[in-house]
Ligand binder design. Structure first.
Ligand code: NIG
Ligand code: FE
Length: 420
């Protein structure tokens, strides 16, 4: 067998193999598919062999122009899949961060016309070139920390033309690569200032004008809603998501982030792919997720940054809910692009084991964006999205925090980050 890339001398390869057809649940999350003293061979962007180095070297011949990477005993993982981000935006909100430190709550800032609507103002004032440049820089940060696939939501446009513009830009960045992006329409992220006091008219705009155009132009795979006390109600969310489903979009929902509203049960009722956040999910909500097979996307960086409680992850795992991890990268509740930090926080505060956290950030995260047939594990035939970490043991990734441990990042068989 021919290869154009060979990674050898890997102390540990965590393959996460065997779960391309459905997410890992319960005790399955503990099995990382670990291979010691391993090698991975790649041809034309696809994995062609993975296993103990002696076996791979027997089966595979590296082409003359091929690249051999010495992993120097390090740990190799599938690239992170970040299944919940608001990465396309302009500007930043450090003034509001100072307000928050002084005790003003996230929702109070939103009520005062700030928060999400501050970023909406920044985005509306930004040219395509500005939005693209600022977002590219963040995508580069993600990539350098080992994220090779990410979901990206609109939701800072909040008018027909602006929402469409943001989705077109997300699609343009997806075509540009190297990071793979999955676009999500989040027109119901907040009520924009010009619709203040006319919430129901804004909901109609989302349903009657935005969604049909998003679907007609095929600008998004998913539709999401910020279902929250004082933002969009369960009833409004149900109407928006039902229309989205009729138009062929898959569903996600921001559920039980700052209070318990019943968003998790709505996700189950509508057959959403995921319900995200879930800090305040009820036991009935958890049961509904488990029974319907809706994934729980957990965002511990947001709990950390809002100084809120953490989602009851252990209870969810025990109830049989499939969990994934994401950054929530956004300018308000979690200005962070780093999935390594999310893994640290998941272990410390969601009380996941390192094995569970790594599975939740790779193969299960791939399921949360409908890409598990392509990415999320190191298996023959899958896209060669691979990261070599400066670590002897995979548990070191959960342990050493606040620095970037990724030494090599390989996207579709091509190095996009190399050691300094
Ligand atoms: O997931 N909850 C809504 N959206 C983001 C925050 C967006 C923002 O504050 O700009 C979140 O927390
Ligand atoms: Fe979010």
């Amino acid at each position: 067998m021919q290869a154009d890339l060979l990674i050898y001398n890997a102390g540990q390869v965590l393959t996460m193999a065997g779960f391309s057809h459905r997410p890992k649940r319960g005790p399955e999350l503990a099995d990382t598919g670990l291979i010691k003293n391993a090698a991975v061979a790649v041809s034309q962007g696809r994995i062609v062999a993975v296993g103990p180095e002696s076996e791979v070297k027997q089966d595979v011949r590296l082409e003359r122009e091929g690249l051999a990477i010495d992993a120097r005993g390090g740990v190799v993982l599938p690239g992170w899949v970040d299944p919940h981000t608001h990465v396309l935006y302009a500007g930043s909100r450090e003034e509001e961060f100072a307000l928050k430190l002084a005790g003003v709550s996230y929702l109070e800032i939103l009520r005062r016309g700030g928060g999400i609507n501050t970023t909406v103002r920044h985005c509306r004032a930004a040219s395509d070139q500005e939005l693209l440049a600022q977002t590219r820089a963040r995508l580069q940060t993600m990539l350098h920390h080992g994220t090779t696939t990410a979901e990206a939501k609109s939701g800072y446009g909040l008018s027909v033309e602006e929402e469409l513009r943001h989705l077109r830009l997300i699609n343009a960045l997806a075509r540009e690569g190297p990071l793979d992006l999955i676009p999500t329409f989040l027109g119901a992220h907040a009520v924009p200032p010009e619709y203040r006091g006319r919430q129901s008219e804004y909901v109609e705009l989302v349903i009657e004008e935005m969604l049909p155009r998003v679907a007609a132009e095929k600008l998004a795979l998913f539709c999401d809603v910020f279902c929250e006390e004082g933002v969009f109600s369960v009833e409004e969310s149900r109407r928006i998501l039902t229309r989205a489903r009729e138009l062929g979009l898959k569903l996600k929902i921001h559920a039980e982030e700052l209070s318990e509203t019943g968003g998790a049960r709505l996700a189950a009722e509508l057959g959403a792919v995921s319900a995200d956040h879930l800090l305040h999910v009820s036991p009935e909500g958890m049961q509904a997720l488990a029974q319907s097979g809706v994934m729980a996307v957990l965002l511990p960086g947001t709990s950390f940054y809002l100084r809120e409680k953490y989602a009851p992850a252990r209870e969810m795992i025990e109830a049989g809910v499939a969990v994934a991890l994401a950054t929530d990268a956004n300018p308000g509740s979690c200005p962070c692009e780093n999935m390594q930090l999310v893994v640290n926080l998941a272990c410390l505060y969601l009380r996941l084991t390192p094995e569970e956290a790594l599975a939740a950030a790779t193969i299960n995260a791939a399921h949360a964006v409908g890409r598990a047939h392509l990415v999320g594990s190191i298996e023959k035939g899958k896209q060669a999205d691979l990261v070599i970490y400066e670590a002897r043991d995979y548990r070191y990734l959960a342990y050493h925090f606040g620095v970037n441990l990724a030494r090599w990042v390989i996207k579709k068989g091509r190095p996009v980050k190399t050691p300094a």
